[in-house]
Write a protein that binds this ligand. Structure first.
Ligand SMILES: *Cc1c(COP(=O)(O)O)cnc(C)c1O
Length: 238
């Protein structure tokens, strides 16, 4: 990486502020989740020194190893696919789970919180594009999960998340972000839930995601550099 993490943080924050200005939005309303998957604790510490406080991981195992080696004041978010058998562990590690993609998983999170006293916020991941390979609930299945969620003991759904199909041109992903926002309007009316959170946008498309209403952007490589193509990450076996 030619620039320091500190410089990268400043660049991403400036780009976020510009996108907010274009959309007439308050910068305070958009949170940056620094996605540190595959990167070592030293990178996290540098980003914390540059002022970041919210970090994202996509695997429970990797997060469990990394979190104890990182500054304690971080709020950790789970952004990757979560298996039901890792839920008990996950609710202790993470303050927010962005990627809840089934009723079964949501119920398991609620049960784990009830048993352990852990508190966690969740977003429902929506497969807006209908791409087969993607995780996320099909839009048609979301209202029923939202309705049932209102009966849960410990967990309430704070918002929605999506990962559109990759396209190097962010204008091509804009319609998926806009669609999620529009779907949200209908589901709000249908369920009475506020669904204030919209987790959408990654390194190459967070600017358009903010213009389309994102309240969380999940940015990895623009902050920390390119990830090694092959897992597992250096220094961590997952
Ligand atoms: C890895 C990852 C990101 C960050 O991706 P970058 O392109 O590196 O910014 C965001 N969201 C999810 C769900 C991810 O798995």
């Amino acid at each position: 990486m030619t620039e320091s993490i500190q410089e990268r943080v400043a660049q991403v924050q400036a780009a976020m502020a510009e996108a907010c200005a274009r959309a007439g939005r308050d910068v305070q309303d958009v949170g940056l989740v620094a996605v540190s998957k595959t990167f070592p604790p030293e990178y996290v510490a540098e980003a914390v020194a540059a002022g970041l406080t919210v970090f994202g991981e996509s695997k429970v195992q990797e997060a469990a190893q990394k979190i104890p080696l990182c500054p304690a004041r971080i709020a950790w978010h789970m952004v990757g696919h979560l298996q039901t058998n890792k839920v008990r562990h996950a609710v202790h590690l993470f303050r927010m789970i962005h990627s809840v993609d089934s009723w079964k998983l949501l119920e398991a999170i609620d049960r784990a919180c009830d048993e352990s006293g852990a508190r966690v916020q969740v977003c429902i991941e929506v497969n807006v594009s209908g791409e087969r390979s993607k995780f996320g609930l099909p839009p048609a299945d979301v209202p029923a999960v939202l309705e049932k969620s209102t009966g849960l003991m410990r967990v309430s759904v704070a918002g929605l998340m999506t990962v559109p199909p990759f396209d190097p041109d962010p204008e091509k992903t804009r319609p998926f972000f806009a669609t999620l926002r529009e779907l949200r309007e209908g589901w709000r009316a249908q369920t009475g839930l506020a669904l204030d959170g919209l987790s959408m946008g990654m390194s190459h498309d967070f600017r358009v995601a903010i213009e389309e209403g994102a309240t969380w952007v999940r940015v990895g490589s623009s902050l920390f550099g390119e990830r090694p193509k092959r897992q597992p990450p250096v220094g961590l076996d997952d």
